[in-house]
Design a protein around this ligand. Structure first.
Ligand code: ZN
Length: 341
């Protein structure tokens, strides 16, 4: 089975996260289903829900359709407490021998070669980091290797893109001064900076700083699906020029031309987004970023165990075996290696 590295999941913050190792009753991802689908590595997000979303993020998937009211900011204190606990869930799985929290490229290679799966610890929104960035060192020591300055709401560092469709991603101002300092500090420490959820002004600010290859871990193509969460052709071109990648998202509102949150969506649409990016900037800039357990995905795929069906769909869309292997694993490896140095 082809090894897959998936660029984004939200399984750690689901209510039944305690069953990740032995298998959850529902949802998209757990360790037994990762084995069944060939997912040997992936990025595990720590996400702190907005105030009022008391469901621990469970209500969020239902809201990411066409347009939703702006998300309320989260305080540093709330996010720091929540994120520390969620990171503990992943570190415990590592201590129990279920997975490796990937800290260096060799950890990815070991997982590809059949070792325990590699889990990249990711902060989706940097509210847990103090504006003075002292906690960034602590988080790096705990294994943090990927960070999105914002989720789709404002914070001390940047302005997240609100969920809207049809809409340009060019909504709101760019990075704050502290946000620019955060991006530079991530470059120095070797923490990948993720552009999914950032608005367009913030995207270009990160591009100008040039701390590493530009990466949108779970996004789609704006020319196919005109959601604010998707990437314009100009953004794709910048990603290609930087040596970065797009993790093609499986979330249906960011795949479908009508942006509807409808699971009755063909799997081939994921391959269509991949094809568009490959034709515009090259297959070496295409990867996968499911958003498992964070969104509605095509029913035809089902869950992470369905990944071989997606691999087949990439082949049917005209990707060679070598290109498909790169999309599924090696492109993520190259870009993580460039950031981690
Ligand atoms: Zn997300």
């Amino acid at each position: 089975m082809l090894p897959v590295f998936d660029g984004h999941n939200d399984a750690l913050t689901r209510d039944d996260h305690a069953d990740l190792a032995r298998g959850r009753g529902g949802g998209h991802l757990d360790l037994p289903r990762m084995r069944a689908g060939g997912m040997r590595g992936g990025t595990f997000a720590i996400f702190t829900p907005s105030p009022g979303d008391g469901s621990g993020g469970q209500g969020f998937a239902a809201r990411i359709g066409r347009s939703s009211p702006p998300e309320a900011p989260v305080s540093h204190e709330t996010a720091a407490a929540h994120a520390t606990a969620v990171a503990g869930r992943l570190l415990r799985l590592e201590r129990e021998g279920e997975l490796t929290v990937a800290r260096r490229t060799a950890d990815l290679d070991a997982a590809e070669g059949g070792g325990p799966p590699a889990a990249v610890l990711h902060l989706e929104g940097a509210e847990a980091i103090d504006p003075g960035l002292e906690a960034l060192e602590t988080w790096h020591a705990a294994g943090l290797r990927s960070l999105g300055p914002v989720w789709s709401r404002p914070n001390a560092f940047a302005h997240g893109v609100p969920f809207a469709a049809p809409s340009s991603p060019d909504v709101g101002p760019g990075l704050t001064e502290r946000g620019a300092a955060l991006v530079r500090a991530c470059g120095e420490l070797g923490i990948l900076v993720d552009l999914s959820h950032l608005n367009e002004a913030g995207f270009w600010d990160v591009a100008r700083i040039g701390a590493g290859p530009l990466v949108a871990s779970h996004s789609g193509v704006h020319a196919i699906c005109p959601s604010s969460r998707n990437l314009t052709d100009a953004q794709l071109d910048a990603i290609g020029a930087s040596g970065g990648l797009v993790g093609i998202v499986f979330a249906v509102p960011f795949l479908r031309p009508d942006c509807a949150n409808d699971a009755d969506t063909p799997l081939s649409l994921i391959a269509e987004h991949a094809r568009y990016v490959a034709e515009r900037i090259g297959p070496e800039h295409v990867a996968l970023g499911s958003d498992f357990d964070g969104a509605t995905i095509p029913a035809e795929l089902g869950d992470v165990a369905g990944l071989p069906k997606l691999v087949a769909a990439l082949g049917a869309a005209g990707f060679s075996g070598e290109e498909t292997a790169a999309i599924c694993w090696h492109n993520w490896r190259r870009v993580l290696d460039a950031w981690w140095r």
